[in-house]
Write a protein that binds this ligand. Structure first.
Ligand code: BG6
Length: 298
């Protein structure tokens, strides 16, 4: 589906394009990306559900990014209406095959919307529809690939002083010491208990991406650098220079839903001109989130 300034694939419920008002692409998609099953599309915004990475027995990053979603023609209303220029509602329900590998019934509703000012807004509503009375738990990430001028020129702000698990060192726990994250080699970290806003500052492009999130306490920062880039069949050898993943996530503490409960996880992306610091972001604009008991969902 191409809705002018964004493109969404039914395959994976996957956003592959988000453009600014000049038509410039803001998400990175590899030139070698394959847009059909069985592998997820390399770039854009893969949805990692019901498992992030190998935090469990399922395939890496779960199965949602490898499934064909449907258009949701009659989604339940949102408690607070989302004001948008354009939107699409998708839904994913498990097939009999899915139930064999993850024995839980769910309804995953995804709204992808373009805000009045061009922001990209994703809202995930995941409901436990188990008839057997059993709760289920999952981990989650919006695995966003941002398009950047040059990995050596950018910095990520908003994660300073936080603890992180280093995926390159058996997930050992460290505390971030720098005043921003800069990139000089492969980096693959899960930052824990992160604020609702993170900024990716691209000096060369004179552009800052602002990531706002709700219901997603963690944030993964990833760049594969040269060696890992070469090892990925669906990724160009030099493409690591033009991308960074900053992924709004819930990993350290899995989300648990009882039957009838619904969880909401939100992502809002803005691209703003010139140098911009996370400290200057509107401190009051926090996205609300939560697990809502069945009877309080309108
Ligand atoms: C990141 C992980 O989220 O995704 C990395 O932290 C991983 O460890 C990367 O390499 C890409 O994963 P995949 O399955 O899409 O190749």
């Amino acid at each position: 589906m191409n809705l002018d300034f964004m493109t969404v694939y039914l395959y994976g419920g996957h956003v592959t394009s988000w453009k600014d008002e000049h038509g410039e692409e803001l998400l990175f998609v590899s030139n070698k990306a394959i847009f059909k099953p069985p592998k997820a599309i390399r770039g854009g915004i893969p949805i990692c559900f019901p498992q992030f990475s190998n935090f469990g027995q399922l395939e890496a990053h779960g199965f949602a990014r490898n499934k064909i979603w449907s258009v949701d023609t009659d989604p339940p209303p949102f408690p607070v209406p989302i004001s948008s220029r354009a939107y699409i509602d998708l839904i994913l329900k498990p097939t009999d095959e899915d139930l064999k590998i993850w024995p839980h019934s769910f309804e995953y509703r995804l709204r992808v919307a373009l805000g009045p000012g061009g922001d990209l807004m994703l809202t995930s509503r995941i409901r436990n529809t188990n008839a057997d009375g059993k709760p289920f738990s999952f981990t989650f990430a919006y695995h966003t690939y941002f398009s950047i001028s040059d990995i050596s020129e950018i910095r990520v702000e908003g994660l300073e002083t936080l603890d992180y698990l280093d995926n390159l060192q058996d997930r050992a726990r460290f505390t971030e010491q720098g005043d921003a994250i800069v990139f000089e080699s492969e980096l693959d970290r899960i930052y824990l208990g992160t604020p609702s806003k993170i900024a990716i500052i691209d000096h060369e492009k004179k552009r800052t991406f602002v990531v706002r999130k709700g219901g997603l306490p963690d944030a993964v920062v990833w760049n594969p650098w040269d060696k890992k880039a070469k090892a990925m069949a669906d990724f160009g050898d030099d493409e690591y220079k033009r991308m960074v993943c900053v992924e709004a996530a819930a990993i350290e503490k899995a989300i648990t839903l009882k039957p009838g409960e619904e969880w909401t996880g939100k992502l809002e992306l803005s691209a703003v001109p010139s140098s911009y610091y996370s400290g200057q972001l509107d401190p009051d604009r926090v996205i609300q989130d939560s697990v809502v008991p069945e009877d309080s969902v309108s």
